[in-house]
Write a protein that binds this ligand. Structure first.
Ligand code: SF4
Length: 327
């Protein structure tokens, strides 16, 4: 059996929140953005991460890439522990793990040309490269992501949103990473452009054997691109499995509610389906419910759900964290 490229074990990322007007001796509140998430990812595989805004998807991504520090847990990348890795060591590690951000234009420096933006990671990590070699690599990468190399001296504002995301992808790929974390990479794009960017990601993934973590709130997009899916709720993993298992047999009540809102291609089935509406708002991650964090909105909740916190259980292909639903 091949060792997974990424092994995330019981990761917790908490933040201290100082209340407005609080005295300096008062203890800060703790915001549990990620509260014990575990999963594995193999080389060449795509894990889709879904959940409502505020469920901890982006914080999980930023923890994996070291932009925020995990409070506890373990993140093994190619067998090397990333939790507690010194900042100096991260400089080298970030060659292998890259990130693509949601807002393509905002993530690019407006004062740099496209060529400079794509070349920047190369200049940082490979100062030994000559200028002509860098230019050559940048032009090749622009071609690979569908940008004309003769646009190398243009500025980001001269490109469309889809083209800016291609620039972001080229910059992420230029160091030939093993893992790319895509944080809502197509949410800011028109639907027609979304498909182009997703197809591009799949093409480069196949060609370069990349592993992808794909965060999105559009469940149809996640289904299209993912091999496996992780469903998060209030910082916790509530369901994990292959795309077929999670989409065809959603088992956690939260996943069932999410999936019931996905539009069906058959108009007749779409008309007749029942959408399970979630009651109430997402509770505060500063003061999450006891036991199962979903219990305040769950139609199946019992007294036991307030006392016991469920953990992911099941098979390799499908796991669910619920006291009253099993795969
Ligand atoms: S553990 Fe209880 S509250 Fe949580 S999802 Fe299952 S039934 Fe609902």
């Amino acid at each position: 059996m091949t060792t997974p490229l990424l092994q995330v074990r019981n990761v917790q990322t908490h933040f201290d929140i100082h209340k407005k007007g609080a005295f300096f001796w008062q203890k800060p509140a703790t915001l549990k953005a990620v509260n014990g998430v575990s999963f594995e990812l193999k080389a060449g595989e795509t894990l889709g991460v879904v959940g409502e805004s505020g469920c901890g998807k982006s914080t999980l991504a930023r923890t994996i890439i070291g932009l925020v520090k995990a409070k506890s847990g373990s993140i093994l990348f190619n067998g090397e522990e990333l939790v507690g890795l010194p900042e100096k060591a991260w400089k080298t590690k970030r060659q292998e793990i890259q990130m693509i951000f949601q807002d393509p234009l905002a993530s690019l420096n407006p004062r740099m040309t496209v060529g400079e933006i794509i070349a920047e990671p190369l200049r940082t990590h490979h100062p030994e490269l000559k200028n002509e070699e860098i230019q050559q690599q940048v032009r090749e990468m622009m071609k690979k992501v569908g940008l004309l190399p003769n646009l190398i001296n243009r500025y980001p504002h001269e490109f469309s949103g889809g083209q800016c995301q291609r620039i972001g992808i080229a910059r992420a790929l230029i160091l030939r990473p093993k893992l790319i974390i895509c944080d809502e990479p197509v949410s800011a794009l028109d639907v027609s452009i979304q498909a182009q960017v997703i197809n591009l990601l799949q093409e480069v993934q196949e060609e370069m054997g990349l592993a992808l973590i794909f965060i999105a709130h559009d469940l149809s997009v996640v289904k299209h691109i993912s091999d496996r899916v992780l469903v998060m709720y209030l910082g916790n993993a509530v369901e994990l499995g292959t795309d077929t298992a999670v989409y065809d047999k959603p088992t956690h009540p939260y996943t069932q509610a999410l999936m019931s809102a996905v539009p069906l291609p058959d108009p007749e089935a779409e008309r007749n389906k029942t959408v399970q509406l979630l009651e109430g708002d997402l509770p505060s991650p500063i003061n999450p419910p006891s036991g199962c964090v979903f219990r305040t909105r769950c139609p199946l909740a019992t007294d036991e759900c307030a006392k016991t916190k469920p953990v992911l259980e099941g098979t390799d292909s499908h796991q669910v964290a619920c006291l009253h639903a099993a795969v």
